[in-house]
Design a protein. Sequence first.
Length: 135
Amino acid sequence: YTGLGFSGIIIQSFKLDLNLNRTAVLRMGEKYPTRRVTEANATLSINGFIEGLTTNIGSLTGYDCGSPMAGQCTLKLLPSCSSEPLTTIDMVNPYVESVNIGVQVGSYIPVDIQLSTPLSFNTTEASTGANLKIT
């Protein structure tokens, strides 16, 4: 995982949610309504551990929850037998929904991060940062 100004998180679990809200639209001259996507959001939740207090915690506390961050967050899924990622999830300019930092004795500190971004189906809106890339 890279993004939010730090790297090196040991991920225990993650969850990617895609929410699509649809509305029935009745067009002129048609008997039955058609379903159309009106709103779409992607949410990425990451649970894991970070090592060290000085650099990692300082970079996490600089973000205001609920505001967009500039940049890109990348989550690469690596198999145990190869160094090439099987899947990469990129979120461009996501909103930081929540950052929870636990207190634990020892050098590993539990952290929970939740990021979200609105999805755009219009390619002209991709420059505003409202997109998600899964490769």
